[in-house]
Design a binder for this molecule. Structure first.
Ligand SMILES: Nc1ncnc2c1ncn2[C@@H]1O[C@H](COP(=O)(O)OP(=O)(O)OP(=O)(O)O)[C@@H](O)[C@H]1O
Length: 210
């Protein structure tokens, strides 16, 4: 179960202000951040994942990103909208890296590898993957280990309908086990597949409920 709190946030790229707000807090649940191109969804997710600098404080379960960055990041799994990996590594090599870092067993990932139809491709170099296969690999890696908060940027883009159903099942299962989710999507998420607790949008550098 999580408590995520952002306070006194300012985020700029050069002179371009992206966020400026006092407070935003979340507890356990599945949340959806919607919005058009360039509104700041990816920037917010990178901030929460500890991958881009900003002014302000970010605290997850009493652990501060700025004061305890390693402990903070170990509670979060972030999957990029358009993952990119070195072309010369194989899917299994990348997965093994995640398994080692998160001290997880390969059996834990096997059912997701099978369900996403990736078993026959995991020994191939990712340079040969389609964009949908890259996305599936990134999701397989994101779900490795015991994670409190999953931050999935555009998890549905490039994957087919069958894979989307698998993704919904995994999200539901992990949510039932206590994990929380921040999802972004341009498309309407199929709300009947996921118990979305709240939908947010970014308006004038603030995060507002829809
Ligand atoms: N590294 C960067 N350097 C400078 N400006 C950036 C950088 N990353 C994003 N921006 C700008 O910040 C704004 C928000 O971008 P961001 O990628 O967070 O939006 P988004 O809502 O995720 O967009 P999309 O839906 O198109 O992916 C945009 O105006 C973008 O040009």
């Amino acid at each position: 179960m999580i408590r995520l709190a952002l306070h006194q946030i300012d985020k700029k790229y050069g002179n371009h202000a992206i966020f400026s707000f006092e407070n935003w807090q979340l507890d356990h649940g599945i949340y959806w951040l919607k919005g058009g191109n360039g509104t700041g969804k990816t920037t917010l997710f990178k901030m929460i994942a500890g991958q881009t600098p900003f002014e302000g404080s970010l605290i997850l379960n009493d652990i501060s990103l700025k004061n305890q960055p390693v402990n903070y990041r170990s509670m979060i799994s972030y999957a990029e909208a358009e993952p990119q990996y070195p072309a010369f590594i194989t899917g299994n090599e990348l997965l093994k890296y995640y398994l080692d870092v998160r001290q997880a067993k390969s059996e834990d990932s096997r059912s997701l590898v099978e369900a996403l139809g990736m078993a026959n491709f995991m020994d191939q170099k990712v340079g040969s993957y389609s964009s949908g296969m890259l996305k599936k690999l990134s999701l397989i890696c994101a779900f490795v280990g015991d994670v409190q908060l999953f931050v999935l940027d555009e998890p549905l883009i490039t994957i087919d309908t069958a894979a989307a159903q698998v993704l919904y099942q995994v999200i539901n299962a992990r949510h039932a086990q206590g994990s929380s989710f921040l999802l972004s999507s341009h498309q309407e998420l199929e709300m009947n597949h996921l118990p979305i607790k709240q939908v947010f949008q970014i308006v004038e550098r603030q995060i507002q409920p829809c």
